[in-house]
Design a protein around this ligand. Structure first.
Ligand code: NDP
Length: 284
């Protein structure tokens, strides 16, 4: 009896600048190994000038897709064949998927956050306060809007960036959104269900303080952070001490990886395997 073995090395990549030590490589490759896929996920250092050529190259070489991070999340769109729903609304792509030979841009950041959030609470009909209006906050706000939140209060230091996000939420998704320009300590409204730090405050800074009035946090509120390094941020620790239910940024990172693997391979990867591999790579 003859036996045929298929050692087909499908390729997926991560296009970024300064990609060395990207811990998501360990997470994605752990999923491939666990599910017996002879695939590779590789870091590709790509400069903004070379992005178009790199995307053409990935297509020509039959890549199943790739992630892209800053500074390519917006500029990559010009080199793709189409966009998924939320990527089109937010105008940013962090995950590219080859479908029927076409490269389609998706955004898995917000989807990863939502999946992680849904383990604690269904966002439909909920009142949300979101700090920040940068890339991560924008992705989260759009997914929350698509998921049917009741109210979205965007609090941002820069008025222009915050106003642009609120406009997008109102005009494109018909979300009841308002902007609060962040000056001093913000008070979380009493009827809030979910409070999210979508800023980079706390990244690599365990002592960094989110300027909010802690006394306005109430027991039972979900307090989520996009920052995943450190995993336990000061905001999460303080919110937990006030009886809030904390949600760390590692869950968002793992879940955006899960969505990517699902898009590229069609399988539902094991979340535990991916989280453990990510934690080991990050040393947490
Ligand atoms: P951006 O640079 O696009 O946005 C940064 C945001 O933080 C802006 O709203 C900015 O406000 C705000 N901000 C920064 N410093 C301050 C400050 N001192 N006071 C008030 N506001 C401040 O970054 P990203 O959105 O791409 O990333 C934000 C964070 O999300 C990072 O820590 C990143 O690591 C994390 N992230 C986590 C992911 C995960 O899977 N867990 C995925 C993607 C990102 P302003 O507009 O006024 O400048």
């Amino acid at each position: 009896m003859s036996q045929t073995q298929h050692f087909l090395h499908e390729l997926v990549g991560s296009m970024s600048q300064g990609a060395d030590g990207n811990p998501t490589v360990a997470m994605i490759e752990a999923a491939f190994r666990h599910h017996g896929l002879h695939w590779r996920y590789i870091n590709l250092e790509v400069t903004p000038e070379d992005l178009g050529t790199a995307v053409k190259g990935a297509k020509a070489m039959g890549f199943r897709g790739f992630n892209c991070s800053l500074p390519h999340k917006v500029s990559v769109i010009a080199h793709l064949d189409g966009l998924g729903e939320s990527a089109a609304v937010m105008g940013a792509v962090n995950c590219v998927v080859r479908r029927d030979g076409r490269l389609i841009g998706e955004n898995t950041d917000g989807k990863g956050f939502l999946k992680s959030l849904e383990a604690l609470v269904d966002p439909r009909g909920k009142s949300v306060v979101l700090y920040g209006a940068g890339g991560a906050a924008r992705a989260i706000a759009v997914e929350l809007g698509l998921a049917g939140v009741r109210r979205l209060r965007i609090v941002n230091r820069s008025e222009a960036r915050g106003a642009e996000l609120v406009r997008l939420l109102r005009d494109r998704l018909k979300v009841d959104a308002e902007l609060v320009v962040w000056r001093g300590d913000d008070r979380v409204p009493e009827d809030t269900d979910i409070v999210i730090n979508g800023t980079s405050i706390g990244l690599y800074g365990p002592a960094a303080r989110l300027p909010i009035d802690l006394a306005s946090l109430r027991p039972g509120m979900v307090a989520a952070d996009v920052v995943f390094n450190p995993v336990q941020t000061r905001f999460l620790a303080e919110a937990a001490s006030r009886g809030c239910r904390p949600l760390d940024g590692l869950g968002m990172l793992v879940n955006q990886g899960i969505v990517g693997v699902r898009y590229w391979t069609g399988i539902e990867p094991d979340a535990g395997v991916m989280r453990r591999a990510l934690e080991a790579a990050m040393g947490v």
